[in-house]
Write a new protein. Structure first.
Length: 432
């Protein structure tokens, strides 16, 4: 009888508990939005001379910033309009977007029909109107060609001629983080690390039976259980050998002697993480990894302190990359292009410190070669990025060919340097 009563109570409480978690996540995103609208948005718009920022959306075709701006149901077309009217606070209007989530959040001053846009713009008479168009920054390029044409026709002249790219406003708005964002991202990153380390263990792996794709699907199931998303689609579970990557998330069976890696991210509350972990699969009779494999991992970890010291706020990203290269060479490392190690006895390093935050590859200053525009941005405090690099160390048993050890943790740049948003990797995991 007691068991039946307990089950009944659990059944009655389950929907309420689920609703509480949904509300908790919404309230965290609400707090983030309020803080960013109050403290970050005015700086971002004024730094680049944008008097009005219009984010246009269609039903079933939302902008990449839809979550950031508060969601809302849109029938036909809608606009989020932000106007600098000279006071400390940027005026915020939702013209078209409606519904509980956006209306109850307290972030917008004005709710009105999308049909009021032309009169709204005319009354405020902005000199420069930012819209989401960008050659290189995806989240700042949400305005489709047809929506641009629609916007030009709707607001008419002289305002149509005042439309400019808002890519720097978007970059600043997203990459300048408030405290609640750091808390939320840290929660997501912590989950990613916990699950990654469980995945590379005997909880999931039976050597000689479990496949790489089995591990990836185990991770996907854990995300489903917890109401989370996968940042990079299928988690990358791969094996690296003397010739490089052997297989990734495939039917290949995990074997003794494999050096395994996981590269993935978790989506939670409009944030996406990007982390890696490394494991060695013991051979019969081995109690610990071979000295050469452990030494390669230890050398990879030692690179972290060298790179940390070269990164400071207030310096352009491209100048910082030159300082990082110089620091690596001074410490005795080779500086190489990706996956092109030198044929010598040094440990070679290549890095890709891309922004993280609302996505695993986000916007803002970038210490990479594949985000050229963002390397011209200045590093600022509370900028979140992936502390990602690859260290290649020769392995005697491989005839001197180099083992690639990937290290990736999510970090934040503070006044005195780099801090990590979760426990940074420091140990080579072992699968028995």
């Amino acid at each position: 009888m007691k068991t039946l009563l307990a089950l009944l109570v659990m059944t009655l409480l389950a929907p309420r508990l689920e609703a509480q978690e949904a509300r908790r996540r919404w309230e965290m995103q609400r707090q983030i939005r309020l803080d960013k609208f109050d403290q970050v948005l005015p700086q971002a718009m004024r730094a680049y001379g944008i008097d009005m920022w219009i984010v246009a959306v269609k039903e079933n075709h939302t902008d990449p910033l839809w979550e950031d701006l508060g969601r809302g149901y849109v029938s036909g077309v809608g606009y989020y309009v932000f106007t600098d009217r000279g006071s400390e606070r940027i005026e915020r209007a939702a013209l078209g977007p409606s519904g509980y989530l956006v209306e109850q959040a307290g972030a917008y001053d004005i709710f009105a029909s999308a049909s009021t846009l032309a009169a709204f713009v005319k009354e405020r008479n902005p000199r420069r109107i930012g819209v989401n168009m960008s050659d290189e920054i995806g989240p700042a390029d949400g305005l489709s060609h047809t929506m641009f044409q629609h916007l030009v026709k709707t607001i008419g002249e002289p305002y149509a001629s005042r439309l400019v790219s808002a890519e720097r406003v978007v970059s600043e708005f997203r990459s300048r983080r408030v405290a609640s964002e750091i808390v939320a991202f840290g929660e997501a990153a912590g989950i990613a690390i916990q699950l990654a380390e469980r995945a590379l263990s005997n909880e999931v792996i039976t050597t000689g039976k479990t496949t790489l794709e089995d591990v990836a699907w185990w991770l996907q199931d854990r995300l489903l259980e917890r109401g989370l998303g996968s940042e990079f689609d299928m988690p990358s579970i791969y094996v690296t050998g003397p010739e490089g990557i052997v297989a990734t998330s495939s039917p290949r069976i995990i074997q003794p002697g494999d050096v395994m890696m996981i590269d993935w991210g978790v989506q939670l509350m409009n944030f996406g993480t990007d982390v890696k972990r490394v494991a060695y699969v013991l051979k019969p009779g081995e109690l610990v990894p071979p000295k050469s494999i452990q030494a390669a991992f230890d050398k990879a970890i030692a690179v972290r302190d060298v790179l940390k010291k070269a990164i400071k706020p207030g310096v352009r990203a491209d100048a910082t990359m030159k300082a990082m290269d110089a620091a690596l060479r001074a410490a005795g490392y080779g500086v190489i292009e990706f996956n092109r190690p030198n044929a010598d006895d040094k440990t070679d390093v290549v890095y890709g410190f891309h922004p993280v935050g609302n996505t695993g590859h986000d916007i803002g200053p970038s210490l990479t070669t594949w985000q050229p525009l963002q390397t011209t941005f200045e590093l600022h405090r509370q900028h979140m990025f992936s502390f990602e690099y690859f260290a290649y160390t020769p392995i005697p048993e491989w005839g001197g060919k180099k083992l690639r050890i990937p290290i990736e943790d999510d970090a934040i740049l503070m006044e005195y340097g780099i801090q990590f948003l979760h426990p940074a990797n420091y140990r080579l995991l072992v699968v028995k």
